[in-house]
Design a protein around this ligand. Structure first.
Ligand code: ZN
Length: 183
């Protein structure tokens, strides 16, 4: 299992580098990232979060029964569970649809959650580990998770996307946590 880097680590603010999808070291990295994500009950993990600035994310939203995901391929709705876990190499997303507020948390910022407003639907294009192009449309938790993880690859954290009031509340919580650790 890999260790998850926390807020303050430079990898969380770095822009990850594109990778060659068939690079053999990626399969091992993806496997280790999945193990790490499941061990922490997460539904997504980006390589930056394990200190590796390469463009790969893993996602599995199956456990979040109260926050359903919708997956469409070629315009047709597909059973989400058949496509999980997702390992996405060099993912690119394009947002569509109206914006929705929803609760988010991050394994790199433990104990903090906040309401983030994001587009409800995203179109995604990525490679799998065999180098095949995968294209799909996501809605629900999957759309949110994708945007959260692709943000990580660009050095962006969900706390950057909070509105002013939420950001202040979170800043106070982070400050208290840091104080608690020092004390
Ligand atoms: Zn995160």
């Amino acid at each position: 299992m890999l260790s998850i880097v926390k807020l303050g680590h430079p990898a969380l603010r770095a822009r990850a580098e594109p990778v060659v999808a068939t690079d053999e070291s990626l399969a091992r990295l993806a496997e280790d990232m999945l193990e790490t994500m499941y061990a922490h009950d997460g539904c997504g993990l980006a390589a930056n979060q394990v200190g590796v600035t390469r463009r790969i994310v893993v996602i599995d939203t199956r456990e979040a029964k109260k926050r359903p995901s919708v997956l469409r391929i070629g315009g047709k709705t597909r059973p989400v569970h058949k496509h999980m876990p997702m390992i996405l190499v060099n993912p690119e997303i394009e947002s569509a649809g109206m914006c929705l507020a929803g609760s988010e948390a991050c394994l790199s910022i433990p104990g903090i959650h906040g309401e983030v407003t994001r587009p409800a639907v995203v179109k995604a294009r990525a490679h799998d580990l065999e180098g095949n192009v995968v294209e799909f449309e996501a809605e629900g938790l999957l759309a949110r998770a994708l945007q959260h993880e692709v943000d990580h690859l660009n050095g962006v954290l969900f706390i950057d996307r909070l509105d002013a009031a939420e950001r202040q509340r979170v800043a106070d919580e982070l400050h208290q946590m840091a104080g608690g650790m020092l004390g």
